[in-house]
Each structure stands twice: as structure tokens, then as C-alpha cells.
Design a protein around this ligand. Structure first.
Ligand SMILES: *Cc1c(COP(=O)(O)O)cnc(C)c1O
Length: 414
């Protein structure tokens, strides 16, 4: 970054400090990952200079013959990766992708059945402060109180009673597999549209390690930067019959010019995900998640729903140790372990200081961590929570975290 260093030393310093933080810390935020140097290079390329409103072959600006190739490549690779009929790679992120789906398929006020936000759904699945909650009537479904797994019989009951126009299946904090087929079956009984949001699990689906909703669902959205390990962005996949409505909802519906440098980086990431090494990586993400959950259970932490079938887990730190989610987040941040506080199902505490924390293994796995390292991470987490008010002990743990982390390189950081 020789130019930046000269022209804007302040931002240069900030980037260097963030590189150091990323290198020295343990990244367990379930939605984060480290992109490859090739993805980083593409995002930093001159493709950012171009305006290309419209779609390949149908642009509102001249000079797009080269950009068209990049976007088409992203689309072709995404289709191959997910087996989708139609793909739109232009959504700027996951939330705008979801906004476009609602816009394309619904009228304001329409009823949508979605996973309760305090049990694992996303803001864009009906939070009252989000467009989804403001514009549409969201009816929530829940997990079973005992098993903490989505109760599909209950989903069916609510669906038959409420007759929503659309059923939304997807999550940000749920560690079990979705029964896509059953969702589709229920939707067909009431003629409802089916919408899956696979933002968190897209990489595991691309690697064919967990079930995909794409064969069954009308529309599927994803982010590209979580388990899929691409640039920060979104994508919509759908059946051919919704293609035109979806494309129009993105442009001119809610967006102007696409971010061509990001879309080209999506193509690079999809290319990486098509390689056998991505399957090995994703399988390791899941093995590590199981190992981490097991190591925490061994130390008497309660994992919501009894374990994990994907890359993430919710830990009931309040129930297990009397430490709140907020306290846990702060203590762990203090020693260099990044996690986020999270509501657990039927939480008796408030969203800003809930009972749980959410942990995920995509990022540490990208750095090369294996099952045996999950034992060390569980130990570091446990020690931190046990000593959360002991500054001397926390300082010592912070050193251990740094030593542990520095054995694993971060892609793109020297
Ligand atoms: C992360 C996430 C999104 C939103 O993604 P942004 O890129 O942050 O807008 C949408 N849906 C689900 C389920 C998510 O987990």
C-alpha cells in the first residue's frame, strides 16, 4: 500500500492496526471469514471505476463489453455451484437481496411466515425497525421449548391457520438443519411462495455437505461473505419464472449501478468454491464446530439444541456460568477472542444483555485450525469467563491467545 501510506497515513495506519488485530486474535464470529488474496486483489481493482446499470448485454452505459464478461462469469459459476435456474449477483449485500425478494413477490401488508427473530431469524425477516417488519405482516414460528429445534408440525399448524402469502426459511443463529422439503410441502398446501435465506450456510450447501433448498424453493438469497468466503455482498437465486420480477426489483427497483469490482470478486470466490479444496475446507469447518461444541460441553457449558450440525453454535453462558452474554463478549474481547452476544430461545434476558453467545468456526478454519485446536479455544474461553473480573489473569490469557493465533497465517496479511 505504498500510495496510501503516502497520501493518507491516517487510514493507512488504521488498516495496519486492523491487520494486526485480525492476525493476533481468535475470530469466532459465525458470520465472518477471511477472503483469499485473489478476492482481495479483485476488490481493489479498477473495476470499481465503471458504471453499468442494467444487466449483461442490456446496459444503460457504454463501455461495458468487458464488465459483461465478469458479471456473466459470476452468474455461470454461481449456477454451477448451486444448480440454480436463474442468478442475480448484483445485490449489494444480504439485506438488499432480501428487500428485492419482498418487493418482487409481495405487496405491502402481505403476510409472511418467518423464523422468530429472538430464536435465530435475521433482522430482515421482520424486525419492527427493519423494512421487513414495517412493510409486511410477519407471523413468527418457533423452536420447540424442549428440543430447541424448529417444530415443523407447529409451523404447519400456523401456516394452515394464517395462510401467509410467503413462507421464509432461514436463520442467523440456529445450529440444526432446515427441513426444506417439509417447508415446501406446507407451502404447497396453502399455495404460498417459498423463500429461503441461506446467508449463513451457503458455503456448506455449495460444498454439498448439507441439504440445499434450491431444488424446492421459489427464491433463495444469500450473502457471499460468510461461509461462502467471498467479498461482502449478496446474491439471489430463483426459478426461471421469477427471474424477470427479481431482476427488475434489484434494478431499477432498489439499486442503481452494480459494484462491478465486487461482482468480479464474487466470480473469483465462486471459482474457488468450485474446487475440491473448498469441500475439504467446509467439511473441516463442520468438524471444528462439532469439536468446539463438544469441548465446551465437556466443560459443562450448555449448547442450545444439544449440539451443532453446521458451522455455528449458541452457548447458554448465563445458564451455565451465571455470566451474561454482554459480560462474556466484553471479557472475551479483552483477551482477543471475537464472539457476539446472542439471544437464546425463550431467553429471560433482554437483547442487549442476553443469556447466550454465538460461536462459529469458518474463520479459524480458514486459518488452518483443526479439531485439536478447538480444545485449546474452549479452554481459553472457559478460563476467560471464569476469570472475567481478574485483570491479571485476563492479561495472561490475552498473551496465550496471541501466541496461539500467530501460529496460523491470515490469507492476504503478511
Ligand atoms: C447476515 C445475514 C443477512 C444480511 O446480510 P448483510 O450482508 O449483513 O446485509 C441476511 N440474512 C441472514 C439470514 C443473515 O444471516
Amino acid at each position: 500500500m505504498i500510495h496510501l501510506k503516502k497520501s493518507d497515513p491516517k487510514i493507512y495506519k488504521i488498516i495496519k492496526a486492523e491487520e494486526k488485530r485480525q492476525k493476533e486474535g481468535i475470530e469466532l464470529i459465525a458470520s465472518e471469514n477471511y477472503v483469499s488474496p485473489a478476492v482481495l486483489e479483485t476488490m481493489g481493482s479498477v473495476l470499481t471505476n465503471k458504471y453499468s446499470e442494467g444487466y449483461p448485454g442490456k446496459r444503460y452505459y457504454g463501455g461495458n463489453e468487458i464488465i459483461d464478461q465478469a458479471e456473466s462469469l459470476a452468474i455461470t459459476r454461481a449456477k454451477k455451484l448451486f444448480g440454480a435456474e436463474h442468478v442475480n449477483v448484483q445485490p449489494l449485500s444480504g439485506s438488499p437481496a432480501n428487500l428485492a425478494v419482498y418487493m418482487a413477490l409481495l405487496q405491502p401488508g402481505d403476510k409472511v411466515l418467518g423464523f422468530s427473530l429472538d430464536q435465530g431469524g435475521h433482522l430482515s425477516h421482520g424486525h419492527p425497525m427493519n423494512f421487513s417488519g414495517k412493510l409486511y405482516t410477519i407471523i413468527p414460528y418457533f423452536v420447540d421449548k424442549k428440543t430447541e429445534i424448529i417444530d415443523m408440525d407447529e409451523v404447519e399448524k400456523i401456516a394452515l391457520k394464517e395462510k401467509p402469502k410467503m413462507i421464509l426459511a432461514g436463520f442467523s443463529a440456529y445450529s440444526k438443519n432446515m427441513d426444506w422439503k417439509r417447508f415446501k410441502k406446507i407451502a404447497d398446501k396453502i399455495n404460498a411462495l417459498t423463500f429461503a435465506d441461506i446467508a449463513h450456510i451457503a458455503g456448506l450447501i455449495a460444498a454439498k455437505l448439507i441439504d440445499s433448498p434450491i431444488p424446492y424453493f421459489d427464491v433463495v438469497t444469500t450473502t457471499t461473505h460468510k461461509t461462502l468466503r467471498g467479498p461482502r455482498g449478496g446474491m439471489i437465486m430463483c426459478k426461471e419464472k421469477f427471474a424477470s420480477a427479481i431482476d427488475k426489483a434489484i434494478f431499477p427497483g432498489i439499486q442503481g449501478g452494480p459494484h462491478d469490482h465486487i461482482n468480479a470478486a464474487k466470480a473469483v470466490a465462486f471459482g474457488e468454491a468450485l474446487k475440491p479444496s473448498f469441500k475439504t475446507y467446509s467439511a473441516q469447518v463442520m468438524k471444528n464446530a462439532k469439536a468446539l461444541a463438544g469441548a465446551l460441553q465437556k466443560r459443562n457449558y450448555r449448547i442450545i439444541s444439544g449440539g451443532t450440525d453446521n458451522h455455528l453454535m449458541l452457548v447458554d453462558v448465563f445458564g451455565s456460568r451465571g455470566v451474561t452474554g454482554k459480560e462474556a463478549e466484553k471479557a472475551l474481547e479483552h483477551v482477543g477472542i471475537s464472539i457476539n452476544k446472542n439471544m437464546i430461545p425463550f431467553d429471560s434476558r433482554k437483547p442487549l444483555d442476553p443469556s447466550g453467545i454465538r460461536l462459529g468456526t469458518p474463520a479459524v478454519t480458514t486459518r488452518g485450525a483443526k479439531e485439536k485446536h478447538m480444545e485449546t479455544i474452549a479452554d481459553l474461553i472457559d478460563k476467560t469467563l471464569e476469570n472475567k473480573d481478574n485483570e491479571t489473569k485476563l492479561k495472561k490469557i490475552a498473551k496465550e491467545v496471541k501466541t496461539f493465533s500467530l501460529q496460523f497465517p491470515v490469507p492476504g496479511i503478511k
